[in-house]
Ligand binder design. Structure first.
Ligand code: HC1
Ligand code: SF4
Length: 576
């Protein structure tokens, strides 16, 4: 450790960290804007400046290392004036439509302006129009709200390794955009939405479908179904001020019913079904077609798109099993429609997802059944939060209500889909039963858990021992595939989730950083997955093949996993 002095008081702090980190460690608030821990530490916004004894100019604390005896002032007149000027200059060239902005009260720039006491913007003159782009199926960009902090670029380049953005032009004309200002639908964007989570303002947002969903809810001829992804039950409470990782499945159902949905289904049920099909695929490849290994999971549409752009040679290895939300859509328009006597043309399936890429997945041409789109609309967790607020539902005090038949009962295996490693753990539980005829003695598979970016392990299924890999964040998937290609690391089955943390960290999840910067990092996501694993531990049924609804769907409609009917409605194919 080293001893430093901040605002007249001595503190012992670890060596090798920055002044900004040191101050935050001892609970001294230094504001920041472009800073994203470990991802974007570039000192460009000048909001975190401090005085350092012996230095003539103010220093950006996010890039200034601590050293023994360093004396720092964080609250002098000079510091306050400099911060205020930096933010006022940003505001002078910013479309300040806070009242109608989707990030109103959840915007870091707005919050800073308030905290710094900015009451007028003396710089006048014409504002440049940098344009608005909405030609990507999932995300949109308002350049007039961009503050050039480059957090989107950093997360896209360093964590996702998709390299969509770079700085274009110079000086006042600089924007952060695809090279040659190419169309956002024409670049290697996988629509993961991580850049949306990283954006401090409303420059990057999802494409809203709220009005379309209100319209079908109001149409008496439509049978409107909401299906909710496993991770939503541990995240949506945060929008209403509940602690991170609060388990709110019952309130979520109650809210959706009050919004006017005719039925509320759990996507976790079809997650169990995905496991039945995917585990059967794994077993078939292991026993009959070892040359078709490794099997790669495919329920994450952003990962599928990543593979299509960057690793087409691996596409034959993707599981052909459709994702749970597409399966729910397909079954509601076929089996459910017939069973309950509803014309499928009047069924509208609305998926509440933690994900922006699901909006794109739902539009893919192959995602339909008997001529009907499986899923009609996808709303992110944030969009659902907005709908709930629009009608003034008191979410926190709602009673718990139950999901509707027949997509109501689900296993713990279906639930943990929402966290990195969950899909693979769930599949291993069922593959063990398929190969050995016996249950795994303990369903928990610890190698699949935790936040390490790339996880490896071995699992014994009867007389076979297979190697598994789990990657979250597509940069980690890239590392795994490169090691596979070089022979450094072979694996038989890999789960990939494009978002760090898995779906709990999805690009459609609540944005927490605007009032409390400890959430402007990736690490809070483990609170959400901890809840999923804790709740699942207490579930009576923890294996997909034991779910009575899954058994019922096979009995009444599909026959058995990988049957002709399953292949018709629940599988697809990916080609180079
Ligand atoms: Fe996911 Fe999935 S786990 S992809 O993260 O396979 O989005 O939560 O719904 O479809 O079930 C997302 C979550 C989700 C699907 C499932
Ligand atoms: Fe990059 Fe994902 Fe944003 Fe696309 S959605 S630009 S891939 S971070």
């Amino acid at each position: 450790t080293v001893t430093i002095n901040i605002d007249g008081i001595d503190y012992q702090v670890p060596d090798g960290i920055t002044v900004l980190e040191a101050a935050r460690l001892v609970n001294i608030e230094i504001p920041s804007l472009c800073y994203l821990k470990d991802i974007n530490e570039i000192g460009v916004c000048r909001v975190c400046v401090v005085e350092i004894e012996g230095s003539r100019t103010l220093q950006a604390s996010c890039v200034y290392p601590v050293r023994e005896g360093l004396k720092i002032r964080t609250n002098t007149e000079r510091v306050r004036r400099a911060r205020k000027t930096a933010v006022t200059l940003l505001l002078s060239n910013h479309h300040r439509e806070c009242l109608t902005c989707v990030r109103n009260l959840n915007c870091e720039l707005q919050n800073l302006a308030d905290n710094l006491g900015i009451r007028d913007i003396p710089y006048t003159g014409e504002m440049k129009d940098y344009g608005f782009f909405d030609n990507n199926p999932a995300i949109q960009r308002d350049y007039n709200k961009c503050i050039n902090c480059r957090r989107c670029m950093a997360i896209c380049n360093k964590i996702q390794e998709c390299y969509v953005y770079s700085p274009i032009n110079r000086g006042l004309d600089t924007i952060i955009a695809p090279a040659f200002q190419k169309d956002m639908s024409d670049v290697t964007c996988i629509m993961c939405g991580q850049c949306v989570l990283a954006c401090p303002t409303a420059s990057l947002t999802e494409k809203e479908s709220i009005n379309e969903v209100w319209a079908v809810i109001s149409d008496p001829n439509k049978h409107v179904i909401a299906q909710t992804a496993p991770s939503i039950q541990v995240t949506i409470g945060e929008i209403f001020g509940m602690p991170i990782g609060s388990f709110v499945a019952g309130k979520l159902v109650a809210a959706l019913k009050r919004l006017g949905f005719d039925k509320v289904f759990a996507t976790d049920v079809t997650a169990d079904l995905t496991i039945m099909e995917e585990a059967s695929e794994l077993v078939e490849r292991l026993l009959k077609h070892p040359d078709h290994l490794p099997l790669l999971s495919s329920c994450c549409p952003a990962w599928v798109k990543y593979a299509e752009h960057f690793y087409p040679e691996f596409l034959p290895h993707l599981s052909t099993t459709k994702s749970p939300h597409e399966m729910c859509g397909a079954l509601t328009k076929t089996w459910y429609a017939k069973k309950y006597g509803i014309d499928p043309k009047n069924i509208v399936n609305v998926a509440i997802m933690p994900c922006t890429a699901k909006k794109y997945e739902a539009m893919r041409p192959e995602m339909q059944s008997d001529g009907f789109r499986n899923v009609d609309y996808v709303l992110t967790t944030r969009e659902l939060g907005r709908m709930i607020r629009q009608v003034g539902i008191d979410f926190v005090n709602l009673p718990d209500e139950e999901y509707d038949e027949p997509f109501d009962q689900y296993s713990g295996a279906g639930m943990i889909f929402g966290a990195t490693g969950g899909v693979l753990e769930a599949a291993v539980r069922t593959a063990h039963k398929l190969i050995t005829g016996k249950e795994m003695p303990v369903p928990d598979f610890k190698e699949a858990r935790g936040q390490s970016g790339l996880k490896y392990g071995k699992v014994t299924l009867g007389d076979k021992t297979i190697t598994i890999a789990i990657a979250h964040g597509t940069g980690n998937a890239k590392r795994a595939l490169e090691m596979y290609k070089s022979g450094e690391m072979k694996f038989d089955y890999m789960e990939v989730m494009a978002c760090p943390g898995g779906c709990v960290g999805g690009g459609g999840q609540p944005i927490l950083g605007s009032r409390d910067h400890k959430y402007i990092s990736l690490s809070y996501r483990h609170n959400r997955s901890d809840t999923l694993y804790n709740v699942e531990k207490g579930k009576k049924i923890r294996r997909s093949h034991e779910n009575p609804r899954v058994k019922q769907i096979y009995k009444e409609f599909l026959g058995h996993p990988l049957s002709e009917v399953s292949k018709k409605y629940l599988h697809t194919s990916y080609v180079e």
